[in-house]
Design a protein around this ligand. Sequence first.
Ligand code: 2AM
Ligand code: CA
Length: 258
Amino acid sequence: MERFELAKSAIIRAGAALRQCSLDKTEVQRKTGHQDLVTCWDRKIEQMLRREILDAFPQDRVLGEEYPEEPGSLDAVVWYFDPIDGTTNFVNQRRSYAVSIGCWEGEQPLFGLVLDVERSSLYWAKKGSGAWRDSEAICVSQRREISDLLLTTPCIQYTFLEIHPHRERMLKLARDVRAVRSLGSVALELCQVAAGEADMFVTTRSAPWDHNAARVILQEAGGCICTLDGDTLPVNSKTTVAAFNSPEMQKLILQSKY
Ligand code: 2AM
Ligand code: CA
């Protein structure tokens, strides 16, 4: 089976396991603090994905959230797994969480898949073949006025409340756009921009496993992505992220000194 087909069947099986699983209170733990949770299912699903992919492609490398390792050579095919993106939503709401699988060859994207687990909706894109939600083509919105934009950000505390170098810009942007939303999942929020349901996305912290699948989908849908400083997004390190419905919006926002 080729890599994409294997990834698709693995993500569908992971989603089925998550929809059926039960979660006891004792299986939820704090990772770095009370706002950073992990469950036994994050670990189980990542192990399942690793087994399935590495059994078929032992020469590939995997960078997953729960068992991170140095990705090594940038020339290798690297898989980026987030077994549950939006763990707090999984624990508290049992919706709005995703399984995310990105596959890159060095700095070149091959494909990305993001499964909205409880909706059983699969966002996917192969490089050069457009962006899809299940069998429907998706594309970014056409909005070009800042006052018309719906801005989404996955972590209100970090974007607007914590002190960081971009805070004033983020507050000004929040005042100038139509509305701000927070779903709590980097991957699903980037897919909302890809599908035209939101127009712009920002976060002060994101890891490769959070965004490397959805960024392929966003770019294939006509959107663009960079750091909050306007630089090219790194493939293999944690970073700030800004995503837009078009290169024109990116230019306008960055030139307006947001
Ligand atoms: P997670 O659910 O996989 O932890 C809102 O919390 C969003 O930010 C989620 O996508 C979450 O991913 C991500 N996130 C949470 N803590 C993070 C951290 N320390 N660094 C990067 N992303 C984080
Ligand atoms: Ca996760």
